[in-house]
Ligand binder design. Structure first.
Ligand SMILES: Cc1cc2nc3c(=O)[nH]c(=O)nc-3n(C[C@H](O)[C@H](O)[C@H](O)COP(=O)(O)O)c2cc1C
Length: 653
């Protein structure tokens, strides 16, 4: 059945002489799992092994630096980016390629120069021209980039060639040249950043010269048969003089003539947040570009951009591309290809598109590496393996939110007998409401997945069960996990107990009726998202935040997306503002300027955070052999921590 439904995607194909068992490509994704300085780590080996074992046809290893000089973080400090910059790295890379080959996966590596270089301990950005173009990442260090001389360009071309030679010696099946996104080759290709008057600027031929010289030098080094291809921005949006599709069509012809054996079609969009591209939140966002390239290409085309296997199959059927790259979904579930091939679609852990992975990478100065909200085992593949329990225990879990469900599932997978108490009529806890605000809808499939995991692993669920210490002890548990969630904080403000005051939870769950004029007390993520949700319904919303910055608990990109949404819906955001009193039909505040103001409010919504809820834990301590308090019950945090703590607890039982 599945084989027929996904016929195209599981059909073998070739890139040059490289035979692929299917058309699923894992695109390059930086992880920061390498050792400081760029050597392959055990963590990387485990991470890539899991993806090879999981059935991916072609793994393209993360963008790796071609020289020790350009192994830099996004902030310009020496980094944990993987490196192809020295021969001494080859034996470790060999371990990685050998591992992938054991599972009949093909493995290539992306060579990436991120524009930042280490010049005798000083971070310097280099580029085609000394122009600051924030939308194109140029001038990130606050000064114009160093304009590369012709000799320096030639030196960097040779870096790529040597890196490709090392990749071949390490057993890679191919190399991808990173000509996309905001990095150095794309900087040459884009008129926004390339204002040169010499042979590297002006016409498409000139702007593509750096890329073409790299391709030729790489081919010279690895020989004509070794597969080499290029990833590029087929188009740039929102950037004055950005790359156009017409330019790309010319560039593509030159690249293929120079030896590119495949074309990996990405894009780049400037917005105040990154999600328009290259990491889109809309499925198939970049496919029309792949289709345009495919019309003129004589070599295989790889499409990318929030694809899943259903959409991928359709793209292949319609002849819009030859291979389908699946990025974040393979972080969420390394076994995605095998599960789909075996018809186990409901077992695939869905990616919720929350951007945790990329935000972690970009702001990761300490080399902690990317993490995934839905896959606590990402980057911990060996440590998080499920092993059968030595002694089967009777486990009681209290709370059916993400922490509780993960704990129950992990424990059940180990063979324990698990009972899960949930006080509401359905499982999911906070996820039921977290999925409602704009941009959060992809949480629903994950919630469905978690519930089906609970069912499929044989966990006994008791709904509408407000577990007391008596109810729990009656079960004679060997181990108890308290994951009952936190309690909303109600700030000590005169009028807080008025009938028009409700919590964000009450609003999102539909329990509270909301009037036209709304004031939200608390401008963290939950307050702002609730504001956005209501503003989209046409309510007049004011958000009051005591701190200087709204949504201070969010990462940069998703925060910007939310702020844009709030601004477009004309939500009033008052930072550094204190709520003094809640009155009938209004609230009294002190603004950042120290002025007292009255804001009309039919409904006042409190979103002032959560406090731990360890009442049951304390009541049971000493009465049961083993007890754990996890997730918001222990300390209010985000879904990431709740989920991961639940999983770890379940594994440790
Ligand atoms: C954590 C992370 C790291 C990435 N690193 C790279 C990289 O090193 N090189 C690159 O070309 N693209 C990189 N990308 C972009 C992906 O290759 C891919 O194009 C993008 O995630 C869109 O595909 P998806 O929607 O299937 O995730 C990265 C994306 C993520 C999420």
């Amino acid at each position: 059945m599945t084989a027929i439904r996904f016929k195209k995607i599981f059909e073998p194909t070739n890139i040059g002489q490289m035979r692929l068992k299917n058309r699923i490509v894992m695109p390059p994704m930086g992880t920061n799992y390498a050792e400081a300085g760029g050597a392959v780590s055990q963590r990387m080996l485990d991470y890539y092994e899991a993806r090879a074992r999981g059935g991916t046809g072609l793994i393209i290893v993360e963008g790796s630096a071609p020289s020790l000089q350009c192994n830099m973080s996004f902030q310009g400090s020496p980094s944990y980016q993987a490196s192809l910059g020295a021969d001494r790295f080859i034996p470790e890379w060999r371990k990685l390629t050998d591992t992938a080959h054991k599972f009949d996966a093909r493995i290539a590596i992306q060579i990436m120069h991120g524009t930042l270089e280490n010049w005798n301990g000083k971070a310097v950005q280099v580029g085609p021209s000394p122009v600051i173009v924030p939308a194109r990442f140029m001038g990130i260090l606050g000064v114009p980039p160093h304009e590369l001389t012709v000799e320096e360009i030639a030196e960097r071309v040779e870096w790529f060639a040597s890196a490709a030679r090392r990749a071949k010696e390490a057993g890679f099946d191919g190399v991808e040249i990173h000509g996309a996104h905001q990095y150095i080759i794309a900087a040459f290709l884009s008129s926004a950043t390339n204002q040169r008057k010499d042979k590297y600027g002006g016409s498409v031929e000139n702007k593509a010269r750096f890329l073409i010289e790299i391709l030729r030098a790489v081919k010279r080094e690895v020989g004509p048969d070794f597969p080499v291809w290029v990833r590029f921005n087929a188009q740039e949006w929102g950037i004055e003089s950005g790359i156009t599709l017409e330019e790309t069509k010319k560039m593509v012809r030159l690249a293929v003539e120079a030896g590119a054996q495949a074309l990996h079609v990405s894009g780049y969009g400037a917005g105040s947040y990154i999600t328009t591209a290259p990491i889109p939140d809309t499925a198939g966002f970049l496919v029309s570009l792949a289709e345009e390239v495919k019309k003129l290409a004589r070599v295989p085309v790889i499409a990318v951009g929030r694809l899943d296997l259903e959409l991928g199959e359709k793209i292949l059927e319609d002849g819009k591309a030859d291979l389908i790259a699946i990025g974040r979904r393979l972080l969420a579930d390394p076994d995605l290809p095998n599960k789909v091939a075996e018809g186990r679609l409901d077992e695939v852990t869905p990616c919720i598109g929350c951007m945790e992975c990329i935000e972690r990478l970009v702001f990761d100065e300490r080399g902690e590496g990317v993490t995934c909200v839905v896959n606590p085992g990402l980057g911990k593949e060996k440590a998080y393996q499920t092993r059968p329990a030595g002694k089967v225990k009777n486990v009681v879990v209290v709370g059916g939110g993400p922490a509780g469900m993960q704990a129950a599932v992990a424990a059940a997978k180990r063979g324990h007998k698990v009972t899960l108490f949930e006080k509401e009529a359905k499982l999911g806890g906070q996820l039921n409401i977290a999925a409602l605000p704009p941009f959060k809808g992809d949480i629903f499939p994950w919630l469905d997945y978690l519930v089906s995991q609970v069912e499929n692993t044989g966990v006994k669920v008791e709904l509408n069960a407000d577990a007391t210490s008596e109810i729990v002890t009656r079960k004679k548990p060997d181990a108890v996990v308290i994951a009952a969630g936190g309690n909303p904080v109600m700030p000590d403000i005169p009028g807080i107990d008025r009938s028009n005051v409700v919590t964000a939870e009450d609003v999102l769950s539909g329990e509270a009726r909301v009037g036209q004029n709304v004031v939200i007390i608390g401008g963290g993520m939950i307050g702002c998202e609730t504001g956005h949700y209501l503003a989209k319904q046409g309510k007049t919303v004011t958000i009051i935040e005591i701190l200087k910055r709204m949504a201070n608990d969010m990462f940069l990109m998703t925060r910007r997306r939310l702020m844009d949404g709030l601004k477009s819906k004309k939500v009033t955001m008052l930072a550094s503002t204190t709520c003094e009193e809640i009155k009938e039909g209004s609230v009294l505040v002190t603004t950042a300027e120290g002025k007292k103001e009255t804001i009309p409010a039919d409904t006042v919504i409190v979103a002032a955070g959560y406090e731990a809820n360890d009442r049951l834990y304390k009541a049971l301590e000493g009465k049961v052999p083993e007890i754990y308090c996890i997730g918001n019950s222990a300390k209010p945090r985000r879904i990431l921590e709740a989920n991961s703590e639940g999983y770890q607890t379940g594994l440790a039982l």
